[in-house]
Design a protein around this ligand. Sequence first.
Ligand code: PLP
Length: 452
Amino acid sequence: MNHLPPARRSRVLHRSSRTLPPRAIGGHGAWLVEEGGREVLDASGGAAVSCLGHQHPRVVAAVQRQAGQLCYAHTSFFTTEAAEALAEELVGHEPGGLAQAYVVSGGSEAVEAALKLARQYFVETGEPQRSRIIARRQSYHGNTLGALAAGGNAWRRAPYAPLLSDAFSHVSPAFAYREQRPEEDEAAFTARLAAELEAEFQRLGPRTVAAFIAEPVVGATAGCVPAPAGYFRAVREICDRHGALLILDEVMSGMGRTGTLHAWEQEGIAPDLQAIAKGLGGGYQPIGAVLVSGRIVDAVERGSGAFQHGHTYLAHAVACAAALEVQRVIREERLLDTVVAMGERLERRLVERFGNHHHVGDIRGRGLFRAIELVADRGGKTPFDPAHRLHARIKAEAFARGLACYPGGGTIDGQRGDHVLLAPPYIVRPVEIDLIVDRLGEAVDAAIAGLP
Ligand code: PLP
């Protein structure tokens, strides 16, 4: 990082106003190339985006083909071959009853559209009193105001709290390492969470609730946290019993990342609305989508006839062409099998390296979506002092060793814990998995050794 005042070095308003990131000038497979030629192993695909790695020749060619033919046609006049083919690829066989795809430009847009579709569904079907959304603390659904209101991440919400709708309320996360009580087994933990959700429906009035929204495997705020067995079946049952919709946010965990195309496939349920984004286009174009169940499609068709929403770049032709090719590569090259195999290797190597580490309290995740949680004291699960920003130190130490990983410091009911999230591309090679764990191990030890 260059520590000169960035205003003197860049006209881009970067994430940090204090540091200027190095320039990325190229990439190949799981690697990014910096100006000057240094190669960085992309162990998290940015933020779980680059599922096919960088510069995949088939996707680059598809983007070029589409750009050469037609870049943009406004959706109020036209559809395109690319949009139709992508939607067919995504929901052509109606997985779990999901019948149509609404294609947007990213994850937050997908979540916003899902929330609005849920609300419109009840306006169309004669239940306009349903306006409440229940979400979970310690979840991240995006940074636009609706998505931010749904999210439970305290520090992201705090500065914007006056702008966030009070239609949203939050229940406990399904986070075994932090929330499961010593006297509870998994079934008892699941039952307690289900009872809490049921109580929230009752508190609000069950017929005022439009939807419950959750990430099947929590990504950015907590680091790859799957729910305990049976949790999503219980949630589905509660939503159904009260006539509310289930929105699953698979922006990070979806499109193969956890070893099945959709993470919900491992839970034995299906959502009414599903947001997808990162692994949809793999970073080759900005794209996201809402997958919409037939029942909602039918209600809108029988009612007003139009989803009262829209963006200029809906179903952008080049973005659709890129995502279509990404999804075809995943399917044709059977990359879900690779995710499972490489995911097992990653888990095994993480357990070997950190299983007895004094400061690694938990190793968790599914497929190529794994995280470690750092603790000052394993027995007491005591987090490090948040003022030390250990996760940022690990990121810096890893980057210095040529490894890009995705760290975070989630807030758990006011208690902050540090984690590091790994989400390498589905084409990652075994030797690269080993390198990721070796470099991460060195980075963790160096960061902890450097604490004041
Ligand atoms: N939902 C989840 C689960 C995410 O992880 C993210 C981004 O990290 C979003 C929504 C927002 O997506 P985007 O950053 O593309 O707007």
